[in-house]
Structure formats: C-alpha cells, structure tokens
Design a protein around this ligand. Structure first.
Ligand SMILES: [Zn+2]
Ligand SMILES: [Zn+2]
Length: 539
C-alpha cells in the first residue's frame, strides 16, 4: 500500500496523488499547474495508462484541469466525482481546452514568423470531450465500492458547489497471509464557515491517514471584516472618481460570491452616489457556471440562498447586470467611459479576457483592481498583489501599475490556519500520519511542524515522493522544486518528445522503488545498466 505525490506537493496548484493497493492504482485529483511550477511543466511523472480509476474532489482547474491530458495519454478508466462537480467539469474542461488551443495558436504564429515549428496544444477540445463519457456522478455520502480492495464516499467540504473530501477504505493482503486495512482521507480544499451560497464544511470522524491542504496554513482571515460594506466603499469611492473597479475572479465560485454580494449592496442601497451602477460579467465560462448555480444545481445551495429563491429573489442577478458575450464586446468595454464594475476571469490573471481589462485600467490612478482569491506564486495576479513591480508586461507592452489594489482575503473559500487546525482536531482519534500538501513550500513545512508540536506525525512530502502507508517511510524521497529564477531560463512547455522522455524517466524511478528489497546481485546489475545508459547520454 503506497501513496505517490504527483502535484500540490510543497506548492498550491496541480493537485494529483496516487494510491496503490492490491495492484490497483487510483488517482485522486488531476489538476493543472498554474504560475510557477515544479519545473516539469504539465507532464505526468507516471504513465496515465497504468491508472485504473480517478476520483476528483472538486471542479477547480488546479484539481481537474489535466483530465483531458490524462485521457489523451492513455487513461481509459472511470472518473468519479459528485453530481455538481461533473456538471461544472463539463463547462470547465471545454473552456480550458479552448484556452489551450488558442494559446498554442498564438505561440505557433509567433514561432512560424521566427521560422520554427508550430506549438502543439497541451490538449484539444476533442481530448476534453473524451473525458465526459468516463465521468460517474456520485451523491454525497453514497458508499461506492469500485474494487474488491477499494471503496470510498464523498463528504461536503464546503469550499465550492460540489466540493468534497474523499473518505477511502483500502485493503491489501500482506506477506504473512494477513489483511491490511486502512482508511485514508483526502481533504481536497477545505472550506471556511459562513461562506455565502454553499453549505458549511463538514467534519470527518476518523482516519488512519490524512492528506490535507494548507493553502492558508500560515495566516488567519480577518473575520471581523465586513465584506459587503467594504466592497461597497471601494465601489463608491472609485466610481465617483470616474474609474472602473476590475475584479479578476475564478469563473466558478468567486464570481457567484461577488454577484451575491453586489446584489445585496444594491438591495441595501450601499453605494449612495450611484445606486444603479453598471456591472459587467465578462466571462462566458462564468456565465455558464452562474446558470448552473441558478437552475440545475439549486438542490445543493445553502438554506439562506434557498430562502431567497423561495421569496422570489434571484440571488445572483440584479438590475444593471450586463453579460458580455463576444470578445469584440469585451474589447469594446474599454472604449466605454462610464465608470463600472467589471468581473472577468481568469482569477489569477494568467489567461483570459481579464488581461485586456488590466491593460486598460492598471495604469489609471482613478481605477481599482479587487482580488478575491488566492494568487499562486508566479502568476500575474500574485505579482500585482505583492506590489513589488511598478509595471507589468501585457500583450508585449509595459503597463504601469498605478491604480488601487485591494485584496479581499475575507472572501476566500479556504479555511485559515485556525480552521485547518480545528478540522484536523475534529477527528476523534489522532490519525497515524498527516501528509500536508497544497500550500507553498514554507507553509507546508510550517504547518507540518505545527502539527508535530501538537503531537501528530506529520510530513510535508516532496514532489514525486512515494510513501509506504504502513510504515510512513519514503520509498522515494521526491525532488526539490526548481527555483523560479531557474525556471525563467527554461522553456515553460516541454515538447511532446521531451514529455515522453520524462514519462520514461519517471517510470524508471517507479520501477526502482518497486525493486526495493530485491536480491543484491539483481540490484547491482540494474544500477550498472542505468549508470551505463546515463554515461552514454550525459553530454
Ligand atoms: Zn478549490
Ligand atoms: Zn485547490
């Protein structure tokens, strides 16, 4: 029984873990890397054809965005997710494929002009469409036996509509003819109490092993902060000055939260000087997600939101809300001088229409950019939030950062340090081991140390590390992340042939770890063969 950490290990994005028991391999999450990464691009450090099943905790792209790549590279099994997650994935993955195709097209044009070969997209719409027939929608609490040795259920994580912890039971015969049984819990992303629209995060009673996120494992959200009042103040202040309020926002989750808050601001008349201010929702993906929230997925909303609907209020709609459809209309927004609120994605500003709005508003002192979600290291969003650069590069142009920058951490849908500790302490008995993931390097290490202080066995695993689930000893220590400064010098996306080579290399590492404990003579022969191969290629 083993676990491998193939992503979100000492970093926030790219969630991907693999559990191995009784000869079966189950992948939990298959997320896209965003911003800075581990230096391996989006390549998988394993062979997708070897995976038997996939379980997805929630629809955010850093937990699901590499599913089309997995299918493209040979995965053929079932993909389990809650019903809302399956519905949200349908729009998320199409959008992601569209972005991948567009980016490759732009890159190819540039390369062709330089006389180089075209760039292949990471995956295409066709690859994304091949994911959907594999999806198996599940209910919360439904016990699913996927194999003689593996069963699991989803529990509400209160982080996003459909988000879940995975409670999983594993069995394996041991060498002495006995049976090993373990319960392992994957936290996915843990929600924060009192969040609008969605239900409260639940707690889990017991587990032998816990894999838990630590995004905000080093800080507390200001709970006394009144989001609605403060947001209204920013909107009033900026619109009166004649500027725009630009909100980079994750299309699923944060956009709906913003719409919910702005509806309340308008209902309560909190922006006194311009009560009927215009709001533009400029993201086809956010529009489709909002429609799902308002129509097909209402069964999953919290009581407060359901009560609004019953009283005839549309929680995510209001007077003055404009939906921008085409990219021409999106660009035209920049010529319209009326002060307005613009909500657009992507949330970390690394792709999508938001980049145009930043180009036209960042340099204007009378404008504001309001961030509402976590900004991963290396993304444009993080550079702006950190405020260390006086200008940023957009579409080949240097754009000065002169507008106001606000970061509404209170809108986060991630538990903070205290809430993460409450969550782990709610287990009736201390788990045998807690693996801390989904946090920046220092945060993961720091949170694991905090748990050790509290008498837990806690580990912050490295990328590609493999741990035995009985002894918690590493079969493979994993690798250190490549520093951002080194990364900048390398090409971000690996060529398909290089990706194949990486896969082959990673498989070799796996084969090595499987041979642990074998006869010395065989191990020595294996080592000689690898050495001779390396000598040949180490130019
Ligand atoms: Zn998430
Ligand atoms: Zn996440």
């Amino acid at each position: 029984m083993k676990i491998s950490f193939y992503g979100a290990a000492r970093e926030v994005t790219g969630s991907c873990f693999c559990v191995e028991t009784d000869g079966k391999k189950i992948l939990i999450d298959c997320g896209l890397q965003q911003g800075s990464n581990n230096g391996f691009g989006q390549s998988f450090p394993f062979h997708p054809g070897e995976i038997d099943y996939v379980i997805i905790t929630h629809a955010h792209i850093d937990h699901s965005g590499r599913l089309p790549l997995l299918v493209k590279n040979g995965f053929k099994g079932s993909i389990f997710a809650t019903e809302p997650t399956c519905k949200l994935l349908d729009i998320m993955l199409r959008d992601s494929a569209h972005i991948q195709e567009l980016e490759a097209l732009w890159a190819s044009r540039k390369k062709r002009r330089a006389g180089a070969a075209a760039t292949e997209p990471l995956y295409t719409m066709e690859d994304a469409l091949r994911v959907f027939p594999l999806l198996v929608p599940c209910r919360y609490g439904e016990n699913i036996e996927i194999d003689r040795a593996v069963s699991f259920l989803f529990t509400d994580a209160g982080h996003l509509l459909g988000s879940a912890y995975v409670e999983m039971w594993l069995k394996e015969d041991n060498l002495n003819g006995g049976l090993i049984e373990k319960k392992i819990v994957f936290s996915g992303d843990i929600g924060t109490p009192g969040h609008p629209i969605i239900r409260e995060p639940e707690f889990v009673d017991e587990a032998d092993i816990v894999i838990m996120e630590s995004t905000y494992g080093d800080r507390s959200h200001a709970h006394s902060f009144d989001t609605v009042t403060e947001l209204a103040k920013v909107i009033e202040h900026i619109l009166v000055k004649g500027g725009n309020v630009v909100c980079p926002s994750f299309a699923i989750g944060r956009t709906q939260d913003l719409l919910y808050h702005i509806r309340e601001i308008k209902e309560r008349g909190l922006v006194k000087s311009v009560p009927d201010f215009p709001v533009y929702l400029d993201s086809p993906l956010a529009k489709a997600a909002t429609k799902l929230y308002s129509e097909e997925l209402t069964d999953y909303l919290n009581e407060e939101t359901l009560a609004l609907i019953e009283s005839g209020v549309q929680p995510l709609s209001f007077e003055g809300l404009n939906i921008v459809e085409t990219s021409e209309d999106s660009k035209r927004l920049n010529d319209d001088k009326t002060p307005k609120v613009i909500i657009s994605s992507s949330g970390m500003c690394d792709a999508g229409r938001i980049r145009h709005h930043l180009k036209h508003n960042l340099w204007r002192q009378e404008c504001a950019v309001v961030f509402t979600g976590f900004q991963a290291l290396g993304t444009l969003g993080r550079i702006i939030v950190d405020g260390v650069e006086s200008s940023v590069s957009l579409f080949g142009e240097e754009i000065a950062v002169r507008c106001q920058i606000h970061n509404f951490r209170s809108m986060s849908s991630h538990a903070d340090k205290g809430e993460l500790l409450n969550w782990i302490k709610s287990f009736k008995k201390k788990p045998e081991c807690v693996f801390v993931v989904h946090g920046e390097e220092e945060t993961c290490k720091g949170f694991a140390l905090k748990l050790i202080e509290e008498d837990y066995k806690a580990i912050a695993p490295k990328y590609t590390s493999i741990y035995d689930l009985e002894t918690f000893e590493p079969d493979f220590e994993g690798r250190d992340l490549i520093k951002r400064s080194d990364l900048d010098r390398t090409e971000r996306r690996d060529s398909p042939v290089f990706q194949r080579l990486m896969l082959a290399g990673m498989r070799l590492v796996e084969v090595i770890s499987r041979n642990k404990g074998g006869p010395n003579k065989d191990l020595a022969k294996f080592a000689d063969q690898i050495d001779s191969l390396s000598n040949k290629w180490d130019k």
